[in-house]
Design a protein around this ligand. Structure first.
Ligand code: PGA
Length: 249
């Protein structure tokens, strides 16, 4: 049995004060909830406030990106040790918005993944096809390529904490959701590609989250699929009540 992980991706929303307000309301709603793991990923600037607010609770805090170098002259970037220093435990890598708007490539995803696992952060690596690729029947190829390149020269032993999020790009922030069956099929492809890279035992334990317009109304159906090991939630994670109801699906 894989423990499900429900993660919030706040994107470019919420100041530190707004993050504190969120946790004030959210924590009592999920207090004692131990069926699933809960992670919230605010902006870098709200990490400290979130870590402090969630201290001693069942909610872990993650970042939305990372630079792969340990330090150096990389204006505007943040490295793994800085995230660990403020108390973050998780990091999202290769989100489609990073790929689409900020030049993230399969190769930089690979470097970031290596850096995160080397530092002991739990990586949530995002993969997913765009609409044209799905329409052209290329979903399988795209997912396999993204996984293969992300996992290049990563050792299974070091990658034990790896989490993958399947986020079909056409479903992100659009209100369109993959059907539970579509998501389960894509997850099966990712699991089989992971088995190629890391072996079947590793793949059987790998948690694969679904992301793309997850809401309180569809969370139960999605989370009931055996292949779906949790959710990466954008828009619907900004409101404490809505995110709590997804956590409790
Ligand atoms: P959404 O975003 O839930 O707003 O579709 C998901 C994501 O981008 O992680």
């Amino acid at each position: 049995m894989r423990t499900k992980l429900i993660a919030a991706n706040w994107k470019m929303y919420k100041t530190p004060d707004q993050a504190r307000d969120f946790f004030r309301d959210f924590l009592p709603m999920v207090q004692g909830h131990d069926r699933d793991e809960i992670v919230v990923c605010p902006t870098y600037l709200a990490l400290d406030a979130a870590v402090t607010a969630a201290k001693g609770s069942n909610v872990a805090i993650g970042a939305q990106d990372i630079h792969w170098e340990k330090d150096g002259a990389f204006t505007g970037e943040i490295c793994a040790t800085m995230l660990l220093a403020v108390g973050a435990t998780h990091v999202i890598i290769g989100h489609s918005e990073r790929r689409q708007y900020f030049g993230e490539t399969d190769d930089s995803v690979n470097l970031k993944l290596k850096s995160a696992i080397e530092a002991g952060l739990i990586p949530i690596v995002c993969v997913g096809e765009v609409l044209e690729e799905r329409a052209a029947g290329l979903t399988d190829d795209v997912l396999r390529r993204q996984c293969l390149r992300a996992f290049h020269k990563v050792s299974a032993k070091k990658a034990v904490s790896l989490v993958v999020a399947y986020e079909p790009v056409w479903a992100i922030g659009t209100g369109k959701t993959a059907t539970p069956q579509m998501a389960a099929d894509a997850h099966a492809i990712i699991r089989s590609e992971t088995a190629e890279s890391f072996g079947p035992e590793f793949a059987a334990k790998l948690r694969i989250l679904y992301g793309g317009s997850v809401k309180p109304e569809n969370a139960h159906a999605l989370m009931s699929e055996e292949e779906i090991d949790g959710a990466l939630v954008g828009g619907a994670s900004l409101d404490p009540k809505s995110f709590a109801s997804i956590v409790k699906y």
